[in-house]
Design a protein around this ligand. Structure first.
Ligand code: NAP
Length: 307
């Protein structure tokens, strides 16, 4: 029987592991299907406090893991595939191995939705990004492209005009999912050029290990052309990793965990941390803070139960 199982090894899960391990709770951490979470696929992180020269995303998350291990956190490979939260102890299956636990911290994150283009994954971190806040400053006076027609795409396009020499927003339709205010703001920004009814066919050039251009297709005319691009930002939404909890825990209509205040879910003893609940901030530092909150809640819960 575990005191605490933490699902996910991104900033949120690893920080929860540091706190619960240091409190002597010997947490078991399931590494998840993206070891290290989204930081593991970024390059340099310049906005995590405490690193005046910046830090590489994979190093940052690995260091938090080492810090947790120093206090006795145990990491296991694998992801949650089933869970029974109907009674305590909670039962969690990690790649088919069932574990029992008194408390659970869900830090499984939200994965960026990608376009699924042939070269896309080869160029992630090499010009392809899903996070303007993280990677925008690397594209000062460069050509930037943003994909999507929702609020995220508008927000990212606006933000990226601070850096890029030009920002082209590519959307597959003429209608937008974005709210009027966000769309109006993007339309009023002279640095943003809209390319509507247009899809990206592929990103070049994997042989240079760098984004150099994209191949586009106008859906109304079927015309294809190539356009030079340095930074390619995909902003077509995120998918929270909550499949194993559907029907067991309160989720919103898009599958994000509904918070009941602090790090609490609707089930006493089950806590959330990071992007699996947060659709607004999604930063390494906010995820780390949320991991700390969930750990403190778990500690207090166990203490109140006499463990
Ligand atoms: P979203 O509203 O679901 O929009 C996703 C956009 O991506 C849509 O325009 C969609 O096109 C496009 N898309 C999806 N799959 C695609 C594909 N395979 N190829 C090309 N385009 C594709 O997602 P979001 O913009 O991330 O927003 C999510 C939620 O967060 C929303 O509720 C939003 O209001 C909120 N949010 C709010 C703010 C803010 O207020 N500051 C900022 C960001 C997000 P179609 O329209 O054709 O389906």
């Amino acid at each position: 029987m575990r005191n605490v199982i933490i699902l996910g090894s991104g900033c949120a899960g690893n920080t929860a592991a540091v706190y619960t391990a240091r409190a002597g709770l010997q947490p078991l951490v399931s590494i998840g299907h993206e070891p290290g979470g989204q930081l593991s696929i970024t390059t340099e992180v310049e906005n995590f406090p405490g690193f005046p020269e910046g830090v590489m995303g994979p190093d940052l998350v690995e260091n938090i893991k080492k810090q947790a291990e120093r206090f006795g956190a145990e990491y296991v490979w694998g992801s949650v595939d089933q869970a029974d939260l109907s009674k305590r102890p909670f039962r969690i299956s990690i790649d088919g191995n069932w574990e029992e636990t008194r408390t659970l911290i869900i830090a499984t994150g939200a994965s960026a939705r990608w376009l699924g283009l042939p070269n896309e994954q080869k160029l992630v971190g090499r010009g392809v990004s899903s996070c303007a806040t993280c990677d925008g400053p690397f594209y000062k006076e460069r050509k930037i492209m943003v994909i999507g027609g929702g609020d995220s795409a508008m927000e990212e396009a606006n933000f990226l005009t601070r850096f890029g020499s030009e920002v082209t927003l590519v959307h597959r339709r003429e209608q937008f999912r974005a709210s009027k205010i966000m769309l109006d703001r993007a339309r009023a920004n002279p640095k943003i050029k809209f390319l509507l009814n247009t899809v990206v066919e592929d990103i070049l050039d994997p042989s240079q290990n760098l984004v150099t251009s994209v191949r586009l297709r106008d859906l109304s005319t079927n015309r294809e052309w190539e356009q030079d691009v340095d930074g390619f930002f995909v902003a077509i939404g995120h998918i929270p990793n909550t499949k194993a909890f559907v029907g067991q825990i309160d989720l919103d209509e898009d599958g994000y965990i509904l918070s009941k205040g602090g790090a609490r879910t609707n089930i006493p003893g089950v806590f959330h941390a990071g992007d699996v609940q947060d659709r607004i901030y999604r930063q390494a530092i906010t995820a780390a803070g949320a991991g700390c909150m969930a750990a403190i809640e778990a500690e207090r819960f166990l203490e109140a139960e006499g463990h």
